[in-house]
Structure formats: structure tokens, C-alpha cells
Design a protein around this ligand. Structure first.
Ligand SMILES: [Zn+2]
Length: 617
């Protein structure tokens, strides 16, 4: 079961070790490992030779039906949009995307995805430019069926501005049946996206990733009401769905304003582009930060395929799986076996409940990478546990790890900012140490009644925090595990990471506030693995090859429909100044857009007519 597979890790983690390798090669320009797709940001103006002819008719004709009916039918009962006749004028294109937008609003009306917004207020640093001065975090569920009411705009000098930015309430993971702060921009206009309220002007063609788009400027007609969309939309040229919106709302009431947003959609199900990422930024940085309100914020939406989390639904969702049936033999369980089965029952309950609440990614490829790292620690320390250690990814941004039974959970945000495999091993080693030391938590969750709660009270009902004595013991054991491991020679990098985290910790309290496990910090001081913090060289912003921590969003990609997590595939980008490092920072989104393709599609493709008339495989 356990094998020495360092080589496998190396291959799997090629992108994670990119930083170290490139630093070692001492290229003229040091390159960070897989920074955000945002950094490879190609505004992609390499569009088709830009004949500015509005009519996409010729190109659209053969493709239109293909786009409307991709290879595989959706697993969910979502009706495919009717095939569109190829438009021959821009006017027809406008009609088509208006119709498609209404189709999307209708299809998503029954959905209540998870919405997460992470916001960093900014201040000016002479060397590093705008840097975080404070941060805020919001997590909730959004009812896509509710009408967006834009009366919730911002008032300048409104003391509650911060909370209004985030949707006007603070309770984490609340199911809120109205639009939330930054998630307004899932649609341009929920109720009145039509020719009566807007003028549409064709601008040009442009590729976003693999997808050719028609770009339109959208302006509200005079006297069409407050809070109308003002900006630009990108419409893909096969099914004529909006794939990106960029702009703000207009006009605002006197002495108020709307913030600016860049909203991206992904083709996650056949025929529809689903709102997935929204970046927002305010403030003038031309000579330092001038505005009182200067911030950058990332909003992520996922969990579209989750069951609606209403109270009534919740009870009907409960599945009473009989764990005792899994007892391997007909023999009686010894007291120790009974204890272990009990612990596993609790562990399985918690993992299932967190997955159903949209907080854990389903088991996937990323887990195999994490498990390989854990396995490296186990093998080199001769750890032999009665059950294998599993790993899962928490879908949220705050930096956190916890373990329940033999399952180690690590947050997406933490994987994002870790500079290399050794640092990943370090944060995992702390949880492995808890498991090895038998610091078992959560056995009370073996009682199924304890799983009967609403999604929005997940954080109130589940928690896996250890007492300080267990934390210290786990850190001590973790150091021991690391020093015997293949990562022993790379602990300097871990030290650098902890120093970088300590430097920013006072400003990033929201990112360091954990919701299920112990925090990495206490009162602004990093406590996790603090013995390693003194290890390694001093932090030096001027050393461009010293990458102590990465921006958020650089490593893990979440599929907002299925919640599946995978590693980002981004080419390294050269760092040219200290400002490019952006440790723990929020950056714009620039996902590489691609059309939906069925996960398992060995379709030979070209001649569907032949296939239909054929011999049925
Ligand atoms: Zn711990």
C-alpha cells in the first residue's frame, strides 16, 4: 500500500517546485511558480485578423448547432438551449445574447451556490506599491432566483460601508436569499436586460482564451432608472452567451457610488456559461493610495450543483448509511476495534456533511498529490497506521488545516500561497502529527443526529480545534517527522514562508481566521511550527529570486459546478520587481476560457450523420 514514490511526487508537483528550480537555475529573471492565471493575463487581442466586420455569420454557421448541442448530455435535467439560426446582422446578435441571458437567468433560478468574497483594503508602500492594510471575509449562499435589488448601493462616508460591501451582514456561511454585495454582477441586469433599457454598440472581436468573442459596449438609455449596467460585455460567437462583463452600475443616487467589477463565466455545462469569478477594485494608485476606500476583492462562486439548503430540504437529504455493516468479518469487535470503527464513522459523517454543504471538494486528483506528500512523510518515518491517511481540500480561502479521524483537510487558500512542496509538507506534517499522536477529535459526530443541521450553521455545529497542549505536541512531532523526511534539506523555504506570513499577519486577520481548525496565528503572531520561523535566510524584497509566498489563486482551480479541485496549469511569469511578488495578495482573475467538453468523450467526432446511421458502435 505504501510505496516510496518521491519520483511520482516530483512529477505531480512539477509546478509546485518550479520556484525552487528556477531560482536554482539563476536565470536572469527569477520566475515564480505558477502564479495566478491573472498574471499571465493576456488581454488576448490576437483575435482573428480583426476585420471589423460585425456580421459573424459565415463563421458562426457551421458551429452554432455544435455549440448548442455539445457531445454529452448534462447529468442534471437542464434543458439545452434551442439551436440558433446563424445571425447575419449585429442586431440579430444582440437579440440572441439578450435571449440567451434570459435563458441563463431561468436555468439558474433554482440554484443556491456558495459565494465567497475576500477583500483587502490597501495602503501605499514606497517599495511595494499598494499593499494590504486590513482584510475582510464573507461566505454565504446566494439564491439565484431572487430579483436583484440595487437599492443597496454604497454611500460615501457611510460608516457601515465595509459591511455593505460584503452584503450587509457578518454571520459566516449564512444562507441569504438575496443578492450579496459583490455578487450583484453575476448578471448585467436581472430584470431589464433589453433594448428598452439599454443601447448596445458593437466594438470588436477578441479572443478570451480559446473562445472567440464579440465585444459590445452597453449603456443604459436615458431615464431608464438607477443602478443600470454600464460597461462592456464579451459574447462568445457560437451560442451567443455572455462570457464576461466589465463595468459598473449607473446612475447612482446623489453622494453615492457603485463599485467596479470584472465578472467571468465558465462553460461548465452544455449550452450555458455560468458566473464563476468576480474581481473588484477601487482606488486611485497613481501617486500612492489617495482614496479613503481603496481595495481589491475576489469573489468566487461555486457549489451550483448542491442541493438547495432550505430547512425542509435538509431533513429529506439525510441518508442513514449503516457504517456498522462495513465490519470486515463475522468476528466480534474488540474494544479497540470498536473504538476505531466509531472514529471512522465520525470521520465519514463529517467529510460527507462538509461536502454536502459545499465546503469540501469531492475526492479528486489534487488529493492524490497531497496524499503523496503525506505518504513521503509516513514512509521515511516508518509510520504504520491501522487505516490510511486521507486528504481533502476545503474550498475556502482562509489559511487553515484540520484533521478529523484519519482525514487531513487543507484549505484552497493555503495551498495557493505555499511556495513549494516542502512548505506543503510542513503544514501537512502538523496534522499528520495529530493523527500519529492519537489526538482524535470529533468522535461525537459518530452520532448522526449531530449531522442534522442547516448548511448555514455548519460553522456553529462543526469544529476541530485542539487544546494548546495538543497543538504544541503536534508541532514538536511535526518537526521530528520533517527532519526525517525528504524535505529535511528544504526547511529554509518553510522558514521563509513563515517569516513572510508573520510580516503580513497583523494586516491579514481575516485570512488567518479559521472556521473549523486551529489558526496558524494568535493575536497577530504566527504560532504554527514557530520553531522553523528562525530557520533560513532573512526576508529580502530586493532579492527577486526569493519567493517566500505566492498570491492567492495561483495553484488551485475549482470547478464551480462540480466543486472539483485541480492544480492550475499556468506558465511561470518572470518577476521583474519586488512589486511582482504580491505575497498573500488578491489579484484580478483571468481564467483561460474554453468551451465545454464532456469529461469522458471518446467521440470520433467529425461526421455525426455517419455515426447516427451507423451500427451503434
Ligand atoms: Zn493542530
Amino acid at each position: 500500500m505504501r510505496t516510496w514514490n518521491l519520483l511520482l511526487t516530483a512529477a505531480l508537483l512539477a509546478s509546485m517546485s518550479a520556484a525552487a528550480q528556477q531560482a536554482a537555475q539563476s536565470q536572469p529573471s527569477a520566475q515564480p511558480p505558477a502564479p495566478d492565471a491573472t498574471q499571465t493575463a493576456q488581454p488576448a487581442p490576437q483575435a482573428a485578423p480583426a476585420t471589423d466586420q460585425p456580421a459573424p455569420a459565415a463563421q458562426a454557421t457551421p458551429d452554432a448547432s455544435q455549440a448548442a448541442q455539445p457531445a454529452a448530455p448534462p447529468a442534471q435535467a437542464i434543458p439545452l438551449p434551442a439551436p440558433v439560426a446563424a445571425p447575419t446582422t449585429m442586431d440579430q446578435v444582440v437579440n440572441l445574447f439578450i435571449e440567451r441571458e434570459h435563458g441563463l437567468i431561468k436555468v439558474l433560478a433554482t440554484r443556491t451556490p456558495v459565494v465567497e468574497t475576500y477583500l483587502q483594503n490597501l495602503t501605499a508602500d514606497p517599495q511595494l506599491g499598494p499593499v494590504p492594510s486590513e482584510d475582510h471575509y464573507f461566505l454565504g449562499r446566494m439564491d439565484m432566483g431572487e430579483t436583484v435589488d440595487r437599492k443597496d448601493y454604497l454611500k460615501e462616508q457611510d460608516p457601515s460601508m465595509q459591511s455593505r460591501l460584503l452584503g450587509g451582514f457578518h454571520k459566516l456561511y449564512k444562507v441569504q436569499y438575496q443578492p450579496l454585495g459583490f455578487s450583484w454582477m453575476v448578471y448585467a441586469d436581472r430584470t431589464d436586460f433589453d433594448r428598452e433599457h439599454y443601447d448596445f454598440r458593437y466594438a470588436r472581436r477578441e479572443f478570451l482564451g480559446d473562445v472567440r468573442c464579440l465585444v459590445f459596449d452597453v449603456t443604459p438609455k436615458p431615464k431608464s432608472g438607477r443602478g443600470r449596467f454600464l460597461g462592456r460585455i464579451w459574447v462568445e460567437d457560437q451560442g451567443f452567451n455572455i462570457v464576461r462583463l466589465n463595468g459598473t452600475y449607473y446612475p447612482a443616487a446623489h453622494n453615492t457610488f457603485f463599485f467596479h467589477m470584472d465578472s467571468w463565466r465558465l462553460n461548465l455545462i452544455p449550452g450555458y456559461w455560468v458566473p464563476s469569478f468576480i474581481y473588484s477594485e477601487e482606488g486611485d494608485f497613481s501617486a500612492g493610495v489617495k482614496n479613503r476606500m481603496a481595495f481589491k476583492a475576489q469573489t468566487r462562486i461555486w457549489g451550483y450543483d448542491l442541493k438547495k439548503g432550505g430547512k425542509d430540504d435538509e431533513l429529506t437529504q439525510i441518508r442513514v448509511d449503516s457504517v456498522t455493516d462495513e465490519s470486515p468479518t463475522a468476528q466480534d469487535a474488540s474494544p479497540l476495534q470498536a473504538e476505531r470503527v466509531w472514529q471512522q464513522q465520525a470521520e465519514d459523517n463529517v467529510v460527507e456533511r462538509l461536502t454536502n454543504a459545499g465546503l469540501l471538494a469531492p475526492e479528486g486528483d489534487l488529493d492524490r498529490i497531497l496524499q503523496t506528500v503525506v505518504n513521503n512523510l509516513e514512509v521515511t518515518n516508518n509510520i504504520d497506521l491501522p487505516r490510511p491517511v486521507r486528504t481533502r481540500v476545503l474550498l475556502t480561502s482562509p489559511l487553515e488545516t484540520f484533521s478529523v479521524g484519519n482525514t487531513i483537510v487543507i484549505s484552497r487558500g493555503l495551498i495557493d500561497v505555499l511556495p513549494d512542496e516542502a512548505s506543503l509538507a510542513a503544514v501537512l506534517s502538523h496534522e499528520l502529527a495529530h493523527i500519529v499522536l492519537g489526538h482524535n477529535l470529533g468522535s461525537k459526530f459518530a452520532f448522526n443526529d449531530r449531522m442534522l443541521f442547516d448548511d448555514d450553521s455548519t460553522y456553529q455545529n462543526l469544529g476541530f480545534k485542539h487544546i494548546p497542549e495538543e497543538e504544541q505536541a503536534a508541532d514538536k512531532k511535526a518537526l521530528e517527522l520533517l527532519k526525517n523526511s525528504p524535505y529535511a534539506q528544504k526547511l529554509d523555504n518553510v522558514g521563509l514562508f513563515l517569516k513572510a506570513l508573520q510580516l503580513r499577519a497583523p494586516q491579514l486577520s481575516a485570512l488567518l481566521t479559521t472556521h473549523l481548525g486551529n489558526s496558524l496565528a494568535e493575536n497577530g503572531t504566527i504560532t504554527r511550527l514557530s520553531a522553523l520561523e528562525t530557520q533560513g535566510p532573512a526576508l529580502d524584497n530586493n532579492k527577486l529570486d526569493q519567493i517566500a509566498a505566492l498570491p492567492l489563486g495561483g495553484r488551485v482551480k475549482i470547478n464551480p459546478w462540480s466543486d472539483k479541485a485541480e492544480m492550475v496549469k499556468a506558465a511561470p511569469v518572470a518577476i521583474t520587481s519586488a512589486r511582482d511578488k504580491m505575497p498573500f495578495e488578491v489579484t484580478p482573475f483571468f481564467p483561460r476560457l474554453a468551451r465545454f467538453s464532456a469529461p469522458v468523450a471518446p467521440v470520433a467526432a467529425p461526421t455525426t450523420a455517419a455515426a447516427n446511421s451507423g451500427s451503434g458502435n
